[in-house]
Design a protein around this ligand. Structure first.
Ligand SMILES: [Zn+2]
Length: 113
């Protein structure tokens, strides 16, 4: 599978859901995703890639976690950065559908702080 890589400076400052700029980085909300076992995104490690969703006509950008990162050790193969709880909730709802209907995600993890 081929994915477009979004330049880091751009991707890390943007909300995965609304594409709004993330202003206060300390308040950033993140959502972790575990990919299905046969999905290998290692060539995109530590980059943000653009994913086309199956259940909605929309694309989102996901950070592919590096193999030696804390997130990866916690079981997150991908991370989504979000500007607000509202965006987190919207993305969570869609990704839950993607887990059921799409080819990529095994499960998602979302804890509101
Ligand atoms: Zn947002």
């Amino acid at each position: 599978m081929q994915y477009g890589i979004i330049p880091d400076a751009e991707a890390l400052a943007k909300c995965a859901w609304c594409q709004g700029t993330i202003q206060e980085f300390e308040d950033v909300i993140d959502l972790g995703a575990k990919l299905k076992a046969d999905i290998d995104l290692s060539e995109y490690e530590s980059h943000c890639i653009e994913l086309e969703l199956v259940s909605e006509k929309k694309s989102v950008c996901m950070l592919v976690t590096a193999s030696d990162s804390e997130a990866k050790k916690d079981g997150d193969d991908g991370m989504f950065l979000l500007c607000s709880e509202g965006c987190g909730q919207n993305l969570k709802d869609i990704l839950e559908k993607e887990v059921t209907a799409g080819p990529l995600f095994e499960s998602i993890r979302y804890d509101l702080r």
